[in-house]
Design a protein around this ligand. Structure first.
Ligand SMILES: Cc1ncc(COP(=O)(O)O)c(C=O)c1O
Length: 386
């Protein structure tokens, strides 16, 4: 795809003609490209019946596209149906029968991250919880829990509830210094910034298509550091985890030498078409330009909100935030419903109204959200009231 300007990029998303869409933290907006890719799948199905080679080829194309977008090699990426199964593939491959069996989990995780590890308690896992300090979760709080008994530190980069961005680089260093693995849940940030998993040094990373990668639900990704791949065998597996899925051998439980060993059954083909189109569309703008635009919009919003005295759950410090900015509300669900009446799509979690920016948003979107918030300010907490 050819390079696009910000305005050309924005024009690819029909919803933006009638709505102010600031809910990419929940679901990215639908582009013309992704819609066409879904149609390309159904066309191939209608016209050719069962072109499995093409379909599996599209999954491989998606694997390579995602890998390139995070600085990984294609064979370090598993294409999964969601983040939960990606996390579970690693959790079930790890042993919990030695002294090193503690999983250190912060309170800002998405629930699925804690659920998967809590379930491993039946296999011997010990869970240590890291409590936040208000709306922040400093790495120092993790450090107090990480020692030679720590097996893994799974951590979300950006918290889905308050937008707090963890200092993941520092956390990876602390985990590794104690001999523990570091797993990054980058679902709330991948697609909004240039990422190089190798230089970040994480052992595992999960992300998914449906938010900032602009695709639909049904596709997620698991990165596994190359030298770990062949040491791990998940307890949930299937024919697509084999050396050659099409050998149809019912007796051989051989393991693919690549991260494909973490996959299970038939791949998510229709959504693979769409997910690939979403990543290609991001490439037409480029991740550095996407990051710059998101930073600009988030800064504009945060400054204006601070000037109005609204209480923010997200820090104004650019090092502690990503694309998601969250306001404290007396009734966030009611506030989100009121905004919808003003043509604005945002979302509520707990006492927070979530406003998230993507590169398809512009200054007018920010100003429209601010104008609507002013009208509904009775539902917004004041900074002084802390
Ligand atoms: C940080 C984070 N991780 C994971 C998920 C989703 O997990 P799954 O793909 O298993 O539904 C979300 C979805 O909102 C999320 O915000």
């Amino acid at each position: 795809m050819t390079a696009l300007t910000l305005d050309e990029f924005r024009a690819r998303f029909p919803i933006l003609r009638s709505r102010v869409y600031v809910n990419s933290c929940s679901q990215g907006a639908l582009s013309l490209e992704v819609e066409a890719a879904l149609a390309a799948f159904t066309d191939s199905w209608r016209a050719r019946g069962s072109p499995w080679e093409d379909w599996v080829g599209e999954v491989e194309r998606l694997r390579a596209l995602f890998a390139a977008s995070v600085g990984a090699a294609a064979d370090e990426i598993a294409v999964m149906p969601n983040a939960s199964t990606a996390i579970a593939a690693i959790a079930t491959a790890l042993p919990f029968d030695t002294d090193r069996r503690t999983v250190v989990l912060g309170d800002f995780e998405f629930p699925t991250m804690t659920h998967v590890w809590l379930a491993q308690q039946r296999r011997g896992a010990r869970i240590a919880r890291v409590a936040p300090q208000g709306e922040t979760l400093p790495v120092e709080s993790y450090a107090a829990h990480i020692d030679e008994r720590t097996l893994i530190v799974p951590a979300t980069h950006v918290c889905f509830r308050n937008g707090y961005r963890l200092d993941i680089e520092h956390l990876v260093d602390i985990a590794h210094a104690s001999g523990a693995y570091a797993m990054l849940d980058d679902y709330q940030r991948t697609g909004t910034y240039p990422l190089d998993v190798h230089s970040l040094g994480v052992d595992f990373m999960v992300a998914g298509s449906l938010k900032y990668l602009l695709g639909p639900s049904g596709v997620a990704f698991l990165y596994v550091r190359r030298d770990l791949i062949e040491r791990l065998e998940p307890l949930v597996t299937g024919w697509f985890g084999r050396v050659n899925p099409f050998a149809f051998n019912i007796d051989a439980l051989d393991w693919s030498a690549s991260a494909r060993r973490f996959e299970t059954g038939s791949p998510p083909i229709p959504v693979a078409y769409a997910a690939a189109a979403g990543i290609e569309l991001l490439q037409s703008l480029g991740l550095p330009a996407i990051k710059t635009q998101i930073d600009r919009l988030a800064t504009r919003f945060l400054e204006a909100v601070a000037a109005r005295g609204f209480d923010m759950k997200t820090s104004a410090d650019p090092a502690q935030r990503g694309p998601l900015v969250v306001l404290k509300s007396t009734d966030a669900a009611a506030l989100a419903a009121k905004l919808e009446g003003h043509g604005i799509i945002a979302s509520a979690r707990g006492d927070g109204l979530r406003v998230s920016f993507h590169a398809y948003n512009n200054e007018e979107d920010v100003d429209a959200v601010l104008a609507a918030l002013e009208k509904e300010s009775a539902l917004i907490c004041r900074a002084e009231s802390r």
